[in-house]
Each structure stands twice: as C-alpha cells, then as structure tokens.
Design a protein around this ligand. Structure first.
Ligand code: FES
Ligand SMILES: [Fe+2]
Length: 362
C-alpha cells in the first residue's frame, strides 16, 4: 500500500505480508456489512433495465459442430453458428416432434435434428422462430422478451472491459439452488471476502460503500456507534443512493505472497455485478458475474447459473507472453473462480433457503 492507503502499483506488484493477521484476529466486518445497505444496493440493481437479455454462456463454447444450449427461466434455448458464421439462437425444441435440439449436430451452419433430419438455418420455419442473440466477444446473450417483460433493448448492458487484444478472458460456469438475486446479493456484500475466503483474500477494507462515505470512519467507531441490532448506526450515510463499493484487498497467491489491488463493485443491471480493478496489479481487469435463471429442479426449487467472465489485463511487458499462454491460463483462472464460487454459491443457496422459509432476510 502507498502512504495514502492506496495499493502500490508498479514498484510493488507483489507484496510479502510482514505480519499476517490470523483469521480470527481480523477486524470483524459485520457491523459495516449492514443488511439494509446490501438490500438497498440489490434493489437499485433490480430496478435497472436489462432489456430482457440473459447471458447463456461463453462465446468460446459455441463450437463448430455442437450448439450451446441452456434452459433460461424455463425456456430451452440453443445457439449455434449459422451459414455465414453469425450466431443464431432459437427455441431448443424441434418444430417437428419436439426433439431436444441441444443434442443435435451442426452441419454447414444448419442445426440438423437428430430425430428426423429437419435442418434449421436460423430463419423461421414451421413455427420455429429465431431469438435475438448478441455475441460480445466473451459472452453470448439471448433476449427473451416473454420472460423479462421489460422494454426490449437492442443490445445487452455490457460492462467496460479491457481491449480484447490486450487481455486474457476466461469464463467459469457454476450452478446453484437459488435465484439470481441471491447471487447478486452475495456479490454486493464485499465485506465477507477475507472472512469467508481466507485462502484467496487478506487485508480487506471496504473503502467506500454506496454513499461514498469513507468506511474507515465506520471502522473507527467500531462498536461505539451502533443501532439496537449492533450494526453501524442508521443515518451514517451508507444507504445513500450513490453506487459502487470500493475495496482494498490483497489477493493471496501463495503463503505470504499477495497482490494488493483496489477493486470497485457495481451492478449495471439486475443480473450482473462487475468488479473493476482500478488500482494495483492488473489495473483495468474486470470480473463480471452474471446470474441466469434456469429451470426449477424436480422439487420446484429454483436453479441459477453463475456465468463469470474474468477479463485479465496488465500493462507489464511480461503479460504479452501470458496472453500467448492463454490456453494454459484459462483453466487456472476458472479454477480460482470455481474455488470461490464453491463457497459463494453456498452463501447464495443459504440466502435463498432463509428467504424461502421466511426467516431471513425479509
Ligand atoms: S423431431 Fe426433429 S425432425 Fe422430427
Ligand atoms: Fe465471495
């Protein structure tokens, strides 16, 4: 960190922590992590337009011979590359007798039903109609107006990312028994990072919460200025309408070797939370978490896909070599995301369970 408390960049891309604070000796963050602040941020996110766009998967997952398939909010969707190479999306049931097109092969840009050979080229046919689809270069989105019920947008709300030629992108996909809002709520609680994921994060400080007030002011009042539930007192400004959580945190590489960064979390639309690295190593890198509702399970419980794009960038000369090693890096990036989401999906599932049993939080 620099003298003003911001993460050092350039000279100290990696740091050795001098005196690691044991996990159970960290400063508790629960007083700052007020449920009302998280709920207010979630509410603001929910009110933003999505234009009815849903992330389906990674662009790289649309292969030449097989469609990308997903059941989004109960609607089977298939996506493949049409005759001109453009993406085509549409319902996942064959218009003849309903075969699951997710299992059908693609031949010369046509999706050929494996039951009786009906070939779709992306144009309407026998009651089958294409759906709006968008390829942003990393992720594929489909627009489902009947599901979203919002005013449609021509394109999805796509966060600012580093230029593709200067970045390595990897996409992790996980599944949880919860609703999209539970995934978003997890990401709008930055305070859990070093407590819940000590294997990845240390020295986490929420620098600004949505009102922009310096959270250290709350920290300095640790225990002294609390409401009746013991949370930081109302009226301290945390629930103001301003947005974005800025966090100083060190990512643990190995042992005491850490990478300090400043990260800013925002929710540009109801099912997306974005983390921008604004200072420190990997500045301009982005982690986009998208929550896509799937079909309920056989007991009627909701299921949600977490589709997380990590777009890593660095202005270090060595990063050009890293980009060349992208095929090796991507599985590692996915593994790191997967480790975190194993816990975060448990958080999201727990939240859904408590909501569903009317226990907490309202
Ligand atoms: S079900 Fe697809 S061609 Fe018959
Ligand atoms: Fe987490």
């Amino acid at each position: 960190m620099t003298a003003d408390g911001r993460p050092a960049r350039g000279r100290y891309p990696l740091s050795l922590r001098r005196s690691p604070v044991p996990w159970d000796r960290q400063r508790p963050t629960w007083r700052d992590a007020r449920p009302t602040v998280i709920a207010a941020a979630l509410k603001r996110a929910s009110a933003r337009p999505s234009g009815n766009w849903y992330v389906v998967g990674a662009t790289r997952d649309v292969g030449p011979a097989r469609p990308l398939a997903r059941t989004v909010a109960g609607h089977e969707v298939v996506i493949w590359r049409g005759p001109e190479g453009r993406l085509v999306a549409g319902p996942g049931a064959c218009p003849h007798l309903g075969a699951p097109l997710r299992d059908s092969p693609v031949r010369c840009g046509r999706l050929v039903c494996h039951w009786h050979g009906l070939a779709l080229d992306g144009h309407p046919f026998a009651g089958w109609s294409p759906l709006p689809v968008h390829d942003d270069g990393v992720l594929v989105w489909v627009r489902l107006d009947a599901v979203g019920g919002e005013q449609p947008l021509a394109e999805p709300v796509i966060p600012r990312r580093p230029p593709p030629a200067e970045a390595v992108a990897a996409v992790y996909t996980g599944f949880g028994m919860c609703e999209p809002e539970d995934v978003v709520a997890n990401r709008l609680d930055p305070w859990h990072g070093a407590w819940f994921h000590p294997y990845s994060f240390v020295d986490l400080t929420v620098v600004t919460a949505p009102d922009g007030k310096d959270a250290e002011e709350h920290a300095s009042a640790d225990g002294a200025d609390t409401d009746e539930d013991g949370f930081a007192a109302p009226g301290d400004g945390l629930a103001a309408s301003d947005d974005g959580f800025a966090v100083d945190v060190s990512f643990r590489l190995a042992g005491r070797l850490v990478v300090p960064v400043r990260a800013v979390f925002t929710a540009p639309e109801p099912r997306t939370v974005v983390m921008h690295i604004t200072d420190g190593e990997g500045q301009s890198s982005v982690v986009e978490t998208h929550a896509t509702p799937l079909a309920p399970d056989d007991r009627g419980r909701p299921r949600t896909a977490v589709i997380e794009a990590v777009v890593a960038a660095s202005d270090r000369p060595g990063f050009a070599a890293a980009r060349k090693a992208a095929p090796v890096l991507r599985p590692l990036m996915r593994a790191v995301a997967g480790r975190l989401w194993r816990d975060d999906l448990a958080y999201a599932e727990r939240r859904w369970h408590l909501r569903n049993t009317h226990r907490f939080p309202g």
